[in-house]
Design a protein around this ligand. Sequence first.
Ligand code: A3P
Length: 306
Amino acid sequence: IATLPMEKGWLASHLHQYQGFWHITRQLQGVLSCQKHFNALHSDILIVTSPKSGTTWLKAWTFALLNRKKYPKMFQNHPLLTENPHSLVPFLELDFYKDKDLVPDLSMISSPRLFSTHLPYVSLPKSVMNTYCKIVYLCRNPKDAFISLWHFTNKLKTEGTCANSLEDSFEKFCNGVSLCGPFWDHVLGYWKKSLEQSEKIIFMRYEEMKKNPSTVLKELARFIGCPFSKEEEDEGVVDDILKLCSFKNLSNLEVNKKGKLPSGEEHRAFFRCGEIGDSKNYLTAEMIEQLDAITEKKLAQHGLRF
Ligand code: A3P
C-alpha cells in the first residue's frame, strides 16, 4: 500500500494506492474488511461505479425497480421520498464494512440484497465472482465525471483545509490520482468483463440514462430479473419510476436538501446540476483535448468510446 500525502486537504485525508487504485483512508479500511468478510449470495445485486458517475441516480432507479410492488403508490409513501438513495442502498466499503472491529451481519437483509461499491474490478471480494451475483456497472464520460468530482471534493473540504484548484486536480486526475482512480482503469476493468460475461455484468452509461431513460430502465429491469409486464407499462409504471427518481424530484425533496449521511456528507452534495457536458463550462480547450487524448489512447483499442 503506497501513501500519497495530499497537501491540499483532499477530503482532509491521504490517498492510498492499493491494487493499483487510490482510496482515502476511511475507504481503504473498508475495502480490506469487505474483501475479507463479504460473502456474496447468488441472488445479490451489486451497483458499481467510479465516484460521480451517477451512483445516486442508479441507486434510486434500482431500489425503485426492486420495490415497486411493495410501494405501488409511488408518490405517496415511497422510501425515496423520505430517505436519501445512499441510505437505502449503502456502500459495502464505506458503510457496512467501515468499522475495523465489527463485521456486519447481513443475513437478515431480504433477498435480493442490493449493495453498492466503488471497488475496482481487481479488488472485488472473491465471492462476488464465484457466485451468480449480478453487477450493474455505471460509467460516465471522464470530463463530466472529473468536474463533478472536483466540485464534490471541494464541497467536502473540512475547516482548516483549502480547496483544490482545478489545475491541480486536473493534473492529478490525468495521472490517475483521483478517488478510486485511475478513472480509465476502473471503467476498463468492468468493460472487459462485461464483454466476456454479459449475463453477470451490465455496463451502463450515464449519458444513455439521460438520453433514453425508459429504454435503459427497462433493460436494467430485465437484467436484474424484474422485467416490466405489459400491464405495468400500460399503467405508466416506467414513467412513474423515472419521475420519482428524476433529478428535479429528488433534489427538491426536503430530505435531500437538508439531511446528512452518517459519514458526514450532506445529501445535497450528491445533486449539483445533473447534465451532460457541464464540464465544458470549466475546462479549457487544452484540457479537453488532453482528456480526450487519454481516453482515446486508453479505451479506444478496447472498443470503448465516449
Ligand atoms: P454533476 O456534479 O455533474 O451535477 P454520484 O451519485 O456518483 O456521486 O454522481 C453525482 C452526479 O450525478 C452529480 O453530477 C449529480 O448532480 C448527478 N445526479 C444525481 N442525481 C441525479 C439524477 N436523479 N439524475 C441525473 N443526475 C443526477
